[in-house]
Design a binder for this molecule. Structure first.
Ligand code: GLU
Length: 549
C-alpha cells in the first residue's frame, strides 16, 4: 500500500513540501509595533468598482496611518474570468486616486520582496503548501467529475440534506491509497481537495474588526484547493499569500463572511496564525425608498470610471468615501476644512454595519469643498487633463487663454468662505460660459433676462452711462459708489428706507440697478461678485457688453 508521502510525490513530483524551506524565502517582516500590512487583491475581471475603490482606500489608509505596507496583488487564478489588460487598468485607476501600492505587481515588474504578486505566477508556491497538506492527510486526491458532482447534488436534494462535497458525500475522501495511485497512474483527471474536520451541525466563531464576534455554521465542505489546471482556488491562494506576505489585516467585502470558517480552518491546518479580518459593508443605494446594492448594470456610479468621466477630482471621491467609511468623519471635516485625509485617523470602530449608503448629494458637497480649495495653475492643469478626454470645447476655451480661464474659475476663492459654484469639472463650462464672448453672444441671441418693468431705451441709456462713468479700479467700495451715483441720476433710490416709503416715486432701488448691470454683463440674474466679474472681463469687454444695439 502506498503511503501519503508516495501519493503526494506522485501528484506533485519533485515539489519541496517543507514549510520551513518555503518560509525561509519569505521571512517575517521587521516593522514597527502596530504597523499593519494590508493588501488590495482584485481579480482582473473588469473595471474598478466603487466598492473595490472603497476597499482599496481602507487598506491603503490602514497601512499609511500605522506606517505599514500596502500591497497590490493580482488574483488571477480563475483564468476563464480574467480579462486581458484589466490588471493594468485597475492599477492605473488606483494610482490616479493616489492609492499607490508600496509593494506589488506593476506592469514593469514586481516591487517588493514577497512576490511574485500575481497568483498565476505563484503556482509553485501553492503546490508546496498543497503537498504539505497531502502528506499530513489534510488534503486528498478527488476524481469526481462535474457529472458525479451533479449526481451527488441530486441525491442530496432528494434526501433534503445540505448540498455540497462533505462528509459521507465526499465520495473520494477515504479512497484507499492504492486505488488513488492506480487511477492517477491511469491518467484520470483529478483535483486536490481539503479534508475538512468541521461539522456543519456545530457553530464556529471569529472576531471581525468591524462586526465584532461573529458566530457561523462550522465548515465541513471539502473545498477544492488545487484545480485541474494546477492553480489554486481563491480560498487556498489567499491563505498561502496572506501568510507568506505577512498580511496582518485582510479587509475585504462582506460577501466573504460565509467563507471565513473554511479560511480559518486552512490557516490552522497549515499551522499558521490567521490574519485579522475586517469585512467591509457593501455600498448600497436608495432606490425608490428601498436600499439595494450598487448595481454594475443599473448604476453608472458603481464604476469608478463614472467619477472620472464626470470630472470629480480623485481627492473629492476619496474624501467622500471616507465620510461613508467613518461616522465621525463629517464632524472632523468641519473642524479640518483643509480635508487633508492624511490627518484623519480611520478606525473600524466608527464604521457603520448596515450597508454604506451611496449619496450623490454628499459627494457633490464634498467635491465642492475640495474644489473650492484648489486654485491657480495646478487646478487649470487638472481640468485640462480631464477636458482632453471628456470635453473638447472646454479644452479649447482653456487653451485660448489659460490665465483668463484660471481667473474665471477662481473667482471669489480668496475669501474665508469661498464660492462653491461647481462640484465637478463637467459643471465648469456652464458656470464660466458668460466669460466667453462667443458663449455670451449665444445667450444674448436668446434674449437677456432683464426685468420686464424697464423698457429697452431706459436700460440702454443707463448701461451706456455706467460704461462711461463706472470706476474700473480694484477698490470695490469706489466701484459701488460710482454705480450708485449713476443709478441715482437715472432715478433709482439709493436709500432703501426712502424707497420703501414711496416705491412709485423711483425706478427702483440700488439692488434693481445692480440687477440690470448683472444681467447685461453675465446674462443671468445670479452671478459671482460683479466687481470681480468686471475685473476679469476687463474694461473693453465690459464696455462692449454695456453698449446695447
Ligand atoms: N480576489 C478577491 C476579490 O476580488 C479578493 C478578496 C480579498 O481581498 O481577499 O473579491
Amino acid at each position: 500500500m502506498p503511503s501519503l508521502l508516495d501519493i503526494a510525490e506522485l501528484v506533485l513530483p519533485g515539489v519541496d513540501p517543507s514549510l520551513e524551506h518555503l518560509e525561509a524565502i519569505y521571512p517575517k517582516r521587521t516593522l514597527e509595533a502596530g504597523a499593519e500590512v494590508t493588501r488590495f487583491a482584485p481579480s482582473p475581471t473588469g473595471f474598478l468598482h466603487t466598492g473595490s475603490l472603497f476597499t482599496a482606500l481602507i487598506g491603503y489608509v490602514l497601512a499609511k496611518q500605522s506606517k505599514g505596507v500596502f500591497i497590490f496583488r493580482v488574483e488571477d487564478t480563475d483564468t476563464k474570468r480574467t480579462i486581458k489588460g484589466s490588471d493594468v487598468e485597475l492599477l492605473e485607476q488606483l494610482i490616479k486616486f493616489g492609492i499607490v501600492p508600496d509593494e506589488g505587481w506593476f506592469p514593469e515588474g514586481d516591487k517588493g520582496n514577497y512576490g511574485p504578486y500575481r497568483q498565476s505566477l505563484r503556482a509553485d508556491i501553492y503546490k508546496r503548501a498543497v503537498k504539505h497538506l497531502l502528506i499530513e492527510g489534510k488534503a486528498y486526491v478527488d476524481f469526481a467529475t462535474p457529472e458525479d458532482l451533479l449526481k451527488i447534488k441530486e441525491a442530496q436534494e432528494a434526501s433534503k440534506v445540505l448540498p455540497g462535497y462533505y462528509g459521507v458525500y465526499a465520495r473520494d475522501r477515504n479512497l484507499p491509497l492504492d486505488e488513488v495511485e492506480r487511477r492517477v497512474k491511469n491518467g484520470e483527471s483529478y483535483v486536490i481537495r481539503y479534508k475538512s474536520m468541521g461539522d456543519h451541525n456545530l457553530k464556529t466563531s471569529f472576531d471581525d474588526l468591524i462586526r465584532g464576534h461573529i458566530e457561523l455554521q462550522d465548515n465541513d465542505m471539502d473545498i477544492v484547493i488545487l484545480k485541474r489546471d494546477g492553480l489554486p482556488t481563491y480560498h487556498f491562494a489567499h491563505v498561502v499569500d496572506d501568510h507568506l506576505m505577512g498580511t496582518t489585516i485582510v479587509n475585504r467585502g462582506e460577501e466573504w463572511i460565509p467563507s471565513t470558517p473554511v479560511h480559518l480552518q486552512l490557516f490552522r491546518d497549515m499551522g499558521w496564525e490567521a490574519p485579522r479580518y475586517a469585512h467591509l459593508p457593501v455600498i448600497m443605494k436608495l432606490d425608490h425608498g428601498n436600499k439595494r446594492k450598487l448595481s454594475k448594470r443599473k448604476d453608472p456610479e458603481a464604476s469608478v470610471g463614472y467619477f472620472q468621466e464626470m470630472g470629480y477630482p480623485p481627492e473629492a471621491v476619496k474624501v467622500y468615501l471616507m465620510s461613508v467609511a467613518n461616522s465621525n468623519f463629517e464632524e472632523w471635516s468641519i473642524e479640518n476644512q483643509s480635508l487633508d485625509l492624511s490627518k484623519f485617523t480611520f478606525s473600524f470602530g466608527k464604521m457603520s454595519l448596515d450597508g454604506a449608503l451611496f449619496d450623490i448629494d454628499k459627494l457633490n458637497y464634498f467635491s465642492r469643498e475640495v474644489l473650492s480649495q484648489m486654485k491657480g495653475l495646478p487646478l487649470v492643469e487638472e481640468i485640462k487633463d480631464w477636458a482632453k478626454t471628456y470635453s473638447p470645447s472646454l479644452l479649447e476655451k482653456i487653451e485660448r487663454d489659460p490665465a483668463y480661464f484660471s481667473k474665471a474659475i477662481d473667482i471669489e476663492k480668496e475669501r474665508s468662505n469661498p464660492r462653491k459654484d461647481y462640484a465637478k469639472f463637467s459643471d465648469i463650462e456652464a458656470s464660466v460660459a458668460f466669460f466667453y464672448d462667443d458663449e455670451f453672444a449665444k445667450m444674448k441671441a436668446k434674449g437677456l433676462p432683464f426685468d420686464g418693468k424697464y423698457d429697452r431705451a431706459f436700460i440702454k441709456d443707463f448701461l451706456l452711462d455706467l460704461s462711461k462713468n463706472m470706476d474700473y479700479g480694484p477698490d470695490e467700495g469706489a466701484w459701488w459708489n460710482s454705480v450708485k451715483e449713476v443709478a441715482g441720476k437715472h432715478g433709482f433710490c439709493l436709500v432703501n428706507k426712502e424707497y420703501k416709503a414711496d416705491p412709485a416715486a423711483y425706478k427702483g432701488n440700488a439692488a434693481d440697478a445692480a440687477g440690470i448691470l448683472r444681467v447685461a454683463l453675465t446674462g443671468s440674474k445670479n452671478s459671482p461678485n460683479l466687481h470681480e466679474v468686471i475685473g476679469i472681463l476687463g474694461h473693453d469687454r465690459v464696455v462692449a457688453r454695456l453698449t446695447l444695439d
